[in-house]
Design a protein around this ligand. Structure first.
Ligand code: SAM
Length: 235
């Protein structure tokens, strides 16, 4: 049998019903970000939809593909080689994954290939965000960089999902943890600062309206549509 990767162990620990995991879930502070209410969500789902990198999540209505073999994942595969035929899906979600793949252009070519003409793809990527390995962390993206990757797909919406305050809060929490030598202290700092600072996240509801939010934005998004005249892969 294949040994579990450390990422698989982490997802199993998080989902476990044991008392430690349950205590962790109770103490876990609210996220230090709010989602941009202006980000569109209503592009249509089809009969077949693909969610790339959904380990640790229940993604109803999607085929959930990830490198990790954990409950909830339907297909274990690398996004650089999607094991599906051309034009299979009406929608492809790729949320916080492109920074973790070796070759994002290859993943985009695969998304383009498996999307049906007229289908939609949703990309979300970090810009100002701390290093986080799932299982590696290779890069950050601006909206311009993400649009370069989109290739022949049509950009139908773009913007910032999480804003400058989210950036400041995650960096402050990481900075304080950096000063602490013991894992238990770092865990306490994560809880205490997380609970104390999270109300500040609502400032982003204001700041996300600024055209300058992109200077220290946290995560950006693109909605892409595959043109109807384009049947196959661009490779
Ligand atoms: C930061 S998590 C994002 C999880 C989810 N989208 C969310 O927002 O909560 C990144 C996920 O992408 C997966 N991943 C990383 N590289 C991948 C690849 N080459 N192919 C498929 N999945 C990958 C990781 O295993 C991990 O579950």
């Amino acid at each position: 049998m294949r040994p579990e990767s450390s990422l698989e162990q982490m997802y199993r620990r998080r989902a476990s019903g044991g008392w430690r995991a349950r205590l962790r879930r109770v103490l876990e502070p609210p996220a230090p970000y709010v989602m941009n209410p202006d980000e569109p969500k209503d592009y249509p789902l089809g009969r077949w939809n693909l969610y790339i990198g959904g380990a640790g999540r229940l993604v109803k209505g999607y085929v959930n593909l990830d490198l990790c073999e954990v409950p909830g994942v339907d297909v274990v595969a690398d996004a650089e080689r999607l094991p599906f035929g051309t034009g299979t899906f009406q929608r492809v979600e790729c949320d916080a994954v492109l920074e973790h793949v070796r070759n994002p252009a290859q993943v985009m070519a695969e998304i383009d290939r498996v999307l049906a003409p007229g289908g939609y793809s949703h990309l979300v990527t970090p810009f100002c965000h701390p290093f986080h390995e799932y299982p590696k962390d290779y890069r950050r993206f601006t909206l311009d960089g993400l649009k370069e990757l989109a290739g022949p797909m049509e950009v139908v919406a773009e913007g910032w999902r999480t804003g400058p305050t989210a950036t400041v809060l995650v960096v402050v929490i990481e900075y304080v943890k950096l000063l602490l030598p013991f894992a238990l202290w770092r865990m306490l700092a994560h809880w205490v600062l997380g609970w104390l600072l999270f109300p500040l996240r609502y400032l982003d509801l204001l700041l996300l309206r600024s055209p300058r939010a992109n200077r220290i934005g946290n995560h950006c998004y693109l909605w892409l549509r595959k043109p109807v005249g384009q049947a196959g892969s661009r490779l």
